[in-house]
Design a protein around this ligand. Structure first.
Ligand code: FAD
Length: 343
């Protein structure tokens, strides 16, 4: 008998597993090994919404906790995962310059938003300058997930398969899955939850996103945000350009339309030559009210969900995992905004 069966090893499942390790809980993970949103994510952490210059919901509060967990993982895995990088938001007008100056004085935002600068960046024209963000950066999610996966495999705690919901036997105070007994199941399948008969009633809409990996004639040392973003990948010698937002197509297959769209935008932003390397696509687990989906099944009290990280899994997932663990292990209440009981 183990305490937990965790389904899905994206950043949500990872955050929960890390917590279980810290607390000395017993667990088994089931993951199909297919690349989910976390595997294609740019890995940015930035608590400021750069369209409106407003803070993303509780992102400042949750970021500190998340970075702590990633730093611990760096030590544990013996490799670098967190890369602080400034973001340069290209400003479009004098009006935007003024809006930036005003917003940067506000509480929370002042922790990130700095002055407007006119630094010359090779290949990028910005007659109205850039609003600079600090205390932002990128997490190498691919390596972080691979490290944990390797460890779980070595410990024989990873079942690499598609979780078969129909074979789950639910008893009064435990479940059984293919001969494994567990006290709790935590479902962290990202958009895959749509195939989960216990939680597919939740209003997870899903937003497809695509990215291009490119090689720039002159590489950058900061993230540039204009219509799209252009970012160096510090752990590779390439850059990322993206992303798209698409609500109809729910496959994670890269499309020619997205490639064309992003290439066009990139040419507008970056005036020097670049070479296409690769294209990525994934479904962001976005929710109607833009809040995470955490909690227990309305009737089956052994089943739990950890989902709805939306566009900011890097910032939200570790804290959401902690909320869920406290809810299960200590009976602590969940904040109303994230509790699935709201649906
Ligand atoms: C293009 C793009 C760019 C993004 N950029 C950023 C960014 O810069 N910063 C940021 O914070 N967020 C970003 N996001 C959002 C972020 O990726 C998500 O919030 C986050 O990855 C969600 O993590 P998750 O673990 O909940 O889901 P996922 O990462 O999708 O993980 C779920 C895992 O469960 C597995 N699974 C599903 N069903 C089953 C099953 N039945 N059996 C076994 N395994 C199963 C899947 O294969 C998958 O690996 C981006 C997303 C996209 C698509």
């Amino acid at each position: 008998m183990v305490s937990y069966l965790v389904v899905g090893l994206g950043i949500s499942g990872w955050s929960f597993v890390r917590l279980l390790r810290e607390k000395g809980e017993s667990f088994i993970v089931v993951d199909d090994g297919k690349p989910g949103a976390s595997h294609v994510s740019a890995g940015f952490y930035n608590p400021v919404i750069l369209k409106r210059f407003t803070p993303a919901w509780k992102a400042h509060e949750f970021l500190a906790y998340a970075l702590e967990q990633y730093k611990k993982a760096e030590k544990d895995y013996g490799r670098r995962l967190v890369y602080p990088l400034k973001i340069y938001r290209k400003l479009a007008s004098v009006e935007e310059q003024n809006q930036w100056a005003v917003a940067s004085q506000r509480p929370v935002l002042s922790h990130y938003m700095r002055n407007v600068v006119f630094d010359p960046l090779e290949g990028i024209e910005a007659p109205f300058g850039f609003g600079v963000l600090e205390n932002t950066g990128m997490v190498d999610l691919q390596s972080l997930l691979q490290e944990e996966r390797n460890r779980l495999k070595k410990e024989k705690r990873l079942i690499e398969e598609n979780f078969e919901y129909s074979t789950l036997i639910i008893k009064d105070k435990e479940v059984e899955y293919k001969g494994i007994q567990a006290k709790h199941v935590v479902f962290a399948e990202g958009y895959g939850v749509k195939r989960n008969p216990f939680f597919n009633y939740l209003p997870l809409t899903g937003t497809k996103g695509e990215l291009l990996e490119v090689e720039l004639a002159r590489s950058l040392d900061k993230i540039i945000k204009s219509g799209i973003f252009l970012a160096p990948i510090p752990w590779k010698n390439t850059s990322l350009a993206g992303a798209t937002y698409e609500w109809k197509d729910k496959t994670n297959i890269p499309t020619a339309q997205a490639k064309e769209h992003l290439t066009k935008k990139l040419k507008k932003l970056y005036k020097l030559p670049f070479r296409f390397v690769q294209q990525y696509a994934g479904i962001r687990p976005t929710v109607i009210d833009r809040r995470p989906l955490i909690g227990s099944h309305p009737h089956e009290k052994t089943l739990f969900v950890l989902n709805g990280m939306g566009t900011r899994g890097v910032i939200y997932a570790p804290k959401m995992a902690e909320y869920l663990w406290r809810f299960i292990a200590h009976n602590d209440s969940l904040p109303l905004h994230i509790n699935i009981s709201r649906f």
